[in-house]
Write a protein that binds this ligand. Structure first.
Ligand SMILES: [Cu+2]
Length: 155
């Protein structure tokens, strides 16, 4: 009687274990895909480091970006929100040649690149090479938007 009464319990545990195994397995399968848009990649063809930043729910993701001095970088900004955002890199791109593509609206002043406005579901791509090591804040300067991040440029 004991053996019979134990069977459903052990089956239950087995199902539970299998269930966790499946969830764990899916997690492993899904996470690289989920992580991909946020991670850095290196294009062997152009030798440009491509860094993708998503804008979601008034946040930059990731909000800390690491670059190296002198490395050709393509910063891809994707606005996944339903509203307009701006990317303002403060001092990072002062006196630096910046090539802009995508469907954003870039603005320049006497110092060079100032900011790019990115429409909802739009993207902007900034290609440049950071000149000096340092920690550079960036933000969105639209009214009421408290959105910022940091670009860390290392030697
Ligand atoms: Cu914004």
């Amino acid at each position: 009687m004991r053996r019979i009464s134990r069977t459903p319990l052990s089956k239950g545990i087995l199902t539970l274990v299998l269930g966790w195994g499946l969830v764990g397995g899916l997690g492993v399968l899904i996470s690289p895909l989920e992580a991909a848009p946020h991670s850095n990649s290196h294009s062997a063809v152009e030798n440009v480091r491509v860094v993708t930043v998503h804008i979601e729910n008034r946040r930059f993701l990731p909000h800390v970006i690491h670059l190296r001095v002198g490395e050709q970088t393509r910063l891809v900004l994707k606005n996944d929100d339903v509203e307009l955002h701006a990317f303002v890199p403060a001092d990072l791109l002062a006196q630096t040649h910046v090539q802009v593509s995508g469907n954003g609206a870039p603005q320049f002043n006497g110092q060079g690149f100032q900011r790019v406005l990115i429409p909802s579901q739009g993207h902007a791509e900034l290609t440049f090479s950071a000149k000096h090591a340092g920690s550079y804040p960036f933000f969105c300067d639209l009214p009421g938007h408290v959105m910022n991040g940091t670009i860390v440029v290392e030697d």
